[in-house]
Structures are given as structure tokens and as C-alpha cells.
Design a protein around this ligand. Structure first.
Ligand code: 13P
Ligand code: SF4
Length: 331
């Protein structure tokens, strides 16, 4: 007999003290089952304020980890152990190498302020926290970098070179990427690690030119994980929630091509909304979670054998929490 996953998920949610959380990039059928939806900043804030002891997080690993770090008493399960490709580009030793690069190029350790994009492992966040640094998301990077600059230190930005460079450009700051061309930390304000999102790299200036040729009045809206050349050619750049707000406030007749993940753009699709790429920009790991996975995870709580639970050691929680809380304190 086949299982009615939606009905069973609804039943389990009623019977268990659990909150189902989903990022905007999840498949529609999973997204519709969630109690809390949002971008990475909203999810971190709202999970912290939520009262249920169990969290089932439909997203990628660093997002579930962030809940565990800011609310260690919660039991956090992930229907799929899905990893963000960008977050996997840096680990603790690559982070140390980046700090050493700056030291070797004449910047003493105490003059370095590390900022990590939330798309990073808890161990990297802990290293950042230990050095007095903090986390940012694509929604608040501008504010966090601005605050960071008040310290008078050089900013080491990890792991997304695009986000680091895009915000530096928008603030009129000098930036460079370690390992790419000349990168003299003494000459730059923001020194970036060479990580990137493979999904947002799909959007190109040729895609922008294609749409502008086809529809001269079209607006181009992109996520700041896109390459700086694409961001410079766009009309609007914003995080997931900022993109949603921008598109919702446009005149319904206004054509707009959006440069971000497919499931989100498809959900926003009106007759004048286009995906800014001829290749379907799906985040493969975000897309992995299915209704069956969500059901199995909830069922595992009911049966007293929780699956895919996130465990993080005390030291990592302590220092990653410092880095996350420093971000959450900045309004
Ligand atoms: P948001 O912070 O906009 O949710 O982005 C997270 C992400 O992984 C984008 O690729
Ligand atoms: Fe990571 Fe890119 Fe997927 Fe976002 S879209 S979760 S940055 S791989």
C-alpha cells in the first residue's frame, strides 16, 4: 500500500513537538510542508525564537548547523545530509592558510578581522569567532562589512569571492582574491578567499545582453553570489528575500529576468518573469530533499530513533556561536 506522504507528514507534525523548516530553494512539495520558511538570515533568527525542541531542517548542512550552534539544546535533524558546494570549498586549514597569507604579506594577525559568509562549516565559523570575527549573510553583508571597517582592521572575507567583491565594489572599497592575480593585502580593504557558488556562476553577461536585446525595457535582478561582471550589468542585486520583495513590488506588466536558483524563480513566476539563463540553475543539493525523506525523518522521531541528527562539539559550538551572535546583534 502506498503512503500518502503529505497526510502522514501533517499527522506527524500535529503529534510531535517538531518544527519543519525550509529554505526558499527547496522543491515546492517540500516547501509547502514547512512551518518556517525564509532565507538563511530569517531562518537563523526564527529558529532561535521557536519553542519546539525538535527541528527538521530542509536545506543544506550549514543551515542546520547554524540552528544547532545558536540553540544547542534543540535536536536538529536533516532529511538529507546535503552540502552546499561553496561551503565545502573551505575548511579550517584553508582558513588558516588565508590568515597566514595575510600575515606573510605584512598584516599582523591582530589587524585582521575575518568575516565568513553563513555558507560555511561550523568549524570555519568557530575559527572566525576565535579571532573576534563574525558571520554575514547576503541580506546583511553591507551592514556587517561597514561595521567591520569601523575596527580599522583589514577584512578577510571567506568563502565567497563574489559576495566579498560585490559588496566591496558597492561600498567603493578595494578588494582582491587570494591566488587570483596580484593580491596585496596591504593595498586592499577586503581580501577574499577564492570560493564561489557553482549555481550562481551559471549567469553571464551574455545572458544579460540576450535579454536586454530581446526586451529593451526588461529589468535584470540578481543574487550577490553572481560574478561581479553580472552584478555590474544588473538593475538590482539582492539576497533571496530582497529579490522576492523587489519582484513583488514591480508593476505586473514589467518584464524581469532573475539570476538565482530555479525553484525560487519558478515560484515567483508571473507572465513577465524569466530565468536569467538557458541552463536550469538548480542547486543540486538543495533539490535532493524529497517528501519521502521528510516523512522518514519525522517518522524516525516518532519511533525514537532520530536519523541524520546534527552533532557539533562543544568548542566549535562555543566559538561559532560567538561569530553568529555578533551578527545577530547587529540590527
Ligand atoms: P540567502 O542568504 O539569500 O538565503 O542565500 C543562501 C544561499 O545559499 C544562496 O545561494
Ligand atoms: Fe550553496 Fe550555491 Fe546551493 Fe546556495 S545555491 S546552497 S551557495 S551551492
Amino acid at each position: 500500500m502506498s503512503i500518502d506522504y503529505k497526510a502522514e507528514i501533517e499527522r506527524l507534525k500535529r503529534e510531535l513537538d517538531v518544527t519543519v523548516v525550509a529554505h526558499y530553494y527547496q522543491r515546492d512539495e517540500v516547501f509547502e510542508m514547512a512551518d518556517i520558511i525564509g532565507d538563511s538570515l530569517e531562518l537563523a533568527r526564527r529558529c532561535k525564537a521557536d519553542n519546539n525542541p525538535w527541528v527538521v531542517f530542509c536545506g543544506v548542512g550549514f543551515m542546520g548547523q547554524s540552528v544547532k550552534v545558536i540553540a544547542p539544546e534543540k535536536r536538529v535533524l536533516m532529511p538529507k545530509i546535503a552540502c552546499c558546494a561553496m561551503a565545502r570549498m573551505i575548511d579550517g586549514s584553508f582558513f588558516d592558510d588565508s590568515v597566514n597569507y595575510m600575515i606573510e604579506h605584512g598584516i599582523p594577525k591582530e589587524d585582521i578581522l575575518p568575516i565568513t559568509y553563513i555558507n560555511s562549516d561550523a568549524t570555519v565559523k568557530a575559527k572566525v569567532g576565535e579571532m573576534g570575527g563574525l558571520v554575514c549573510t547576503s541580506s546583511n553583508a553591507y551592514k556587517i562589512i561597514e561595521k567591520g571597517l569601523e575596527s580599522g582592521k583589514k577584512i578577510l572575507f571567506v568563502p565567497d569571492r563574489c559576495l566579498g567583491q560585490n559588496f566591496a565594489n558597492s561600498m567603493g572599497l578595494k578588494s582582491c582574491v587570494i591566488g587570483v592575480g596580484e593580491c596585496d593585502p596591504k593595498e586592499a580593504d577586503v581580501i577574499c578567499f577564492n570560493g564561489f557558488c557553482s549555481v550562481h556562476q551559471l549567469f553571464t553577461v551574455d545572458d544579460v545582453a540576450f535579454y536586454r536585446n530581446k526586451y529593451p525595457d526588461i529589468k535584470i535582478a540578481v543574487h550577490p553570489e553572481c560574478d561581479p561582471s553580472v552584478v555590474q550589468a544588473a538593475d538590482f542585486v539582492g539576497s533571496t528575500s530582497q529579490l522576492i520583495k523587489y519582484v513583488n513590488e514591480l508593476d505586473p506588466e514589467q518584464k524581469v529576468a532573475i539570476g538565482t536558483e530555479y525553484n525560487l524563480v519558478n515560484r515567483m513566476r508571473q507572465k513577465n518573469t524569466y530565468v536569467l539563463s538557458s541552463t536550469k540553475p538548480e542547486c543540486p543539493t538543495m533539490n535532493e530533499t524529497t517528501l519521502e525523506d521528510l516523512y522518514n525523518t519525522l517518522k524516525s522521531i516518532e519511533e525514537g530513533k532520530p536519523m541524520n541528527e546534527i552533532h557539533i562539539d562543544e568548542h566549535t559550538v562555543k566559538y561559532a556561536n560567538l561569530a553568529l551572535e555578533r551578527m545577530l546583534e547587529i540590527k
